[in-house]
Ligand binder design. Structure first.
Ligand code: AMP
Length: 383
């Protein structure tokens, strides 16, 4: 089986690594360079998109911000999984909100803004504070504004207008105004749906962000009611999209209720822990799903956490001296804030995992992993 992945970053790399034992051959399309490469060795080039489509039995994606002409060309080949509709929905918050409404998945009160009249209307109908998010091209908190007081409105609108004018997108820009949710924590559910419509999910993970970017994910499996609620929303969203592959849903937890923040039609950073903590990792399960193979179990094998390595190309080797710690580098050139790799760590119990997380955090350079020590300490004390 040959698979072409749209996108040639770390997610394509990890899908390729997980595919080797299944004898699935993977090539990745570097969208910016219009070049098909080996995701494990990007210097090896196999030509342009047409040659990639000819090579592939199946085409899939590692990110959602893919130009519509590339998606159309892949879909026309009959090989694209998930569908271009699903990929576009993940890359456009307007389509995403419409999907959530259709699937009956609760989310923050919101309004779509395409012009000044919409903006004024949102200010009248939604309660402050608001978070305004660009419909396209936004990720990890980029392309976002926070409006706390009405006297910020003029300045923020001027900024949004400039953002619209500066957009290179061929699709009409918009901003979604969303009421700020006062949440206890952010969690996510990664799951998969196969070609026949069967679904499986991993346990919910608790996600810790630093400056809007995910830094730690922990799979705990300690709240059956919350897990059931998340799974029900997963099934509803995945079925509405007739989805095939791994799909991630990010939630805000408010009391015992989950509100969807956003979806990602692909393997997800908050699912990297599955490489060491689940029977079958998300990367293998995505490949199984799109290749028409049965899904592997999403059961938690042991409590597991992940720490993102951002902007650093080395970490102290001493972390590997700690049992059940593994290191995954992406082979990228160092750049400030760039996702360079991650650390997975497991333990027999949740408390032992928190203590291990604290131990690893204490070995990491404090300036690069600023608040992870503090977060780990809080988990240890909370128990
Ligand atoms: P997003 O790009 O939508 O994931 O937003 C980035 C971050 O902003 C999230 O991880 C949240 O911490 C925060 N955020 C986004 N939407 C809301 C909201 N409606 N209420 C409160 N915080 C939010």
């Amino acid at each position: 089986m040959n698979v072409l992945i749209l996108g040639a970053g770390q997610l394509a790399r990890m899908m390729s690594l997980a595919s080797k034992p299944l004898n699935i051959q993977v090539r990745a399309y570097d969208v910016g360079a219009n070049s098909v490469v080996d995701p494990l060795n990007p210097e090896v080039s196999y030509g342009d998109l047409n040659s990639g489509i000819a090579f592939a039995n199946v085409i899939t994606a590692e990110f959602e911000h893919i130009t519509h002409d590339v998606l159309a060309q892949c879909e026309a080949s009959g090989k694209l999984k998930p569908s271009s509709r699903a990929i576009k929905t993940g890359g456009d918050r307007r389509l995403e909100k419409a999907l959530l409404d259709k699937a009956g998945a609760d989310n923050a009160k919101h309004q779509i803004i395409e012009n000044k009249a919409d903006f004024d209307h949102a200010l009248q109908t939604l309660a402050l504070p608001l978070i305004l998010k660009s419909a396209l091209e936004g990720y990890d908190g980029k392309g976002q504004w926070r409006l706390k007081e009405t006297d910020q409105a003029d300045e923020i609108w001027a900024d949004i207008e400039a953002f619209f004018h500066g957009s290179k997108s061929t699709v009409k820009q918009a901003v979604i105004a969303e009421q700020m949710v006062s949440f206890e924590r952010e969690v996510s559910l990664v799951g998969m749906r196969d070609i026949k419509g069967n679904t499986k999910v991993y346990p919910l993970t608790e996600n810790h962000h630093t400056d809007g970017v995910l830094t730690v994910s922990i799979a705990l499996n300690d709240n059956a009611a919350l897990q059931a609620q998340a799974q029900q929303m997963f099934d509803s969203i995945a079925n509405t999209l007739d989805y095939v592959g791994v799909l991630a849903i990010e939630f805000f937890q408010v009391g015992d209720q989950l509100l969807v923040n956003e979806i990602a039609p692909r393997v997800h950073n908050s699912g990297h822990w599955t490489q060491q903590g689940a029977d079958t990792c998300q990367f293998e399960n995505h490949m199984r799903a799109v290749c028409g193979l049965p899904l592997g179990s999403g059961e938690l094998v042991r409590p597991t956490a992940m720490i993102n390595i951002l902007g650093e190309d080395s970490v102290p080797n001493a972390i590997l001296d700690i049992p059940s710690v593994s290191l995954h580098w992406y082979g990228k050139t160092k750049r400030a804030g760039r996702k360079m790799g991650h650390i997975n760590l497991s333990a027999a119990t949740n408390q032992a995992l928190f203590e291990r997380l604290e131990k690893v955090a204490m070995l990491l350079p404090a300036q690069a992993f600023s608040d992870i020590q503090e977060y780990a300490q809080k988990l240890v004390n909370k128990g």
